[in-house]
Each structure stands twice: as C-alpha cells, then as structure tokens.
Design a binder for this molecule. Structure first.
Ligand code: CA
Length: 224
C-alpha cells in the first residue's frame, strides 16, 4: 500500500512514517503544498494523508486542485481545528475523512484501514453490497438477511449514496444535491425525513448522524 504523507512538521513526519511503515505502508513525504500536488497528481499513491496547514499552499487548496484534476485517491485530512464548519469545508473540498490533531495512532490506522476497504469494495453486477445490505438500485429492492424490502426512488437513491460512501460522512447539502438535484426547491429537512424513513423501513441502526454535518453508513461490526 503506497501512502503519500503531506505534512510540514518534521517531528510528526518522523513519528508517523515509523508507525505507518511498521503497519505495512510504504511512505513518501512532501513537506509543502506544491510538492504535495506534484507527487499526488502522478496517481502513484493508494492513499494520501494531507495536513490542512502547509507552507506554499493550504491543504484544502491542494485537495481542491487534485479533485479538479480528476484524481480520486482517498484523502484523509489532518486538521488542528474541530469546528463543524472546518469539517464541512474539508468534506466539501473532496476529503474522504479527517482526523483532528492531536490524534491517537490507533485512530489514524483504523481510519486508513476503513478508507482502503472502501476503495476495494466491489460491485456485483448491478447490485451494491455493503453493511449487510444488498441494493438493486434499478429495482429499488434491498435484501437484508432473507427479507426483500422495497424502496421509493428517493429512498433508493439515498441508500445508494450511503452505500457507495460506506463509512464516509456525507453532508446534508451533498445528499440534497445528489438525491434531489441542483435546482430542486426541496428543503434540507427532507434529508432528515428520508434518513428517518430508511432507518425505519430497513430497521437498521448503522446510519449514523454527525450532528450539524450529515450522515454516514457504518459497516456492520465496526466499533465507532
Ligand atoms: Ca502543518
């Protein structure tokens, strides 16, 4: 697993590289934003850890540029800030996850594992399998255990979005845009309502609320 670490604090680089290498990652480092873009844009890496505060170019601006280049490598943001505004900014810029400094190495490793699992998640034909559910989006059918549950079009689109982004927080704004469309005059409260419908219909507890931000679907058996 090839990992790019974009971080400017040499102490943290040393400590992280050591732990990451011990856990089977091959680690390259970029110490400023410009170098980070150059290295990441090669597409050589399986996963990127990106600090928010960097010299020459901020982490968010690096991320936006990489996404605008079409790079879809999973990116985990390291941030010293923990307001929901900062989290939303990071996720909207295309981050897959974020860790707030100071963090435990166990937390970081767990999040990296989740990101790589997600990347390797496969689609079987036209159905989607995640978190103990099998969704056929075209038919609007979910198989859970030996039950088949029928969903409305919006419910099916919403679940599809959650399953494709397993373990990844999706902002309510993004859900609204993906499920109801850009120009919809639907209120953001509909997102909460449809999450409620899904939880009830599927009788599941692993659609997790991130207060003030959005929702994510948790893999069955993952410890929060
Ligand atoms: Ca920094």
């Amino acid at each position: 697993m090839k990992l790019l670490l974009v971080e400017d604090e040499s102490k943290l680089i040393g400590a992280l590289s050591h732990i990451l290498k011990k856990n089977g990652y091959s680690v390259d480092t970029a110490m400023d934003g410009e170098t980070g873009i150059e290295m990441a844009a090669t597409g050589f890496y399986d996963i990127i850890i990106l600090d928010r505060m960097l010299p020459r170019r901020s982490g968010l601006s690096v991320l936006k540029e990489l996404r605008s280049l079409g790079l879809n490598t999973p990116v985990l943001i390291l941030t010293a800030k923990d307001s929901s505004k900062d989290r939303v900014e990071g996720l909207d810029a295309g981050a897959d996850d974020y860790v707030v400094k100071p963090f435990s190495t166990e937390e970081l490793l767990a999040r990296l594992r989740a990101l790589t699992r997600r990347k390797n998640k496969d689609f079987i034909g036209d159905t989607l399998c995640a978190a103990g559910l099998t969704l056929n989006p075209l038919r609007g059918e979910v198989i859970k255990g030996d039950c088949t549950i029928h969903l409305s079009v919006k419910e099916s689109l919403l679940l599809d979005l959650l399953m494709r982004n397993l373990g990844q927080v999706i902002t309510k704004e993004r859900i609204l845009e993906k499920v109801w469309g850009y120009n919809s005059d639907t209120d953001i409260a509909s997102v909460d309502l449809y999450i409620h419908y899904l939880r009830k219909k599927l009788n599941i507890k692993n659609i997790v609320t991130v207060r003030g931000v959005g929702y994510y679907l948790q893999e069955v058996g993952d410890v929060p």
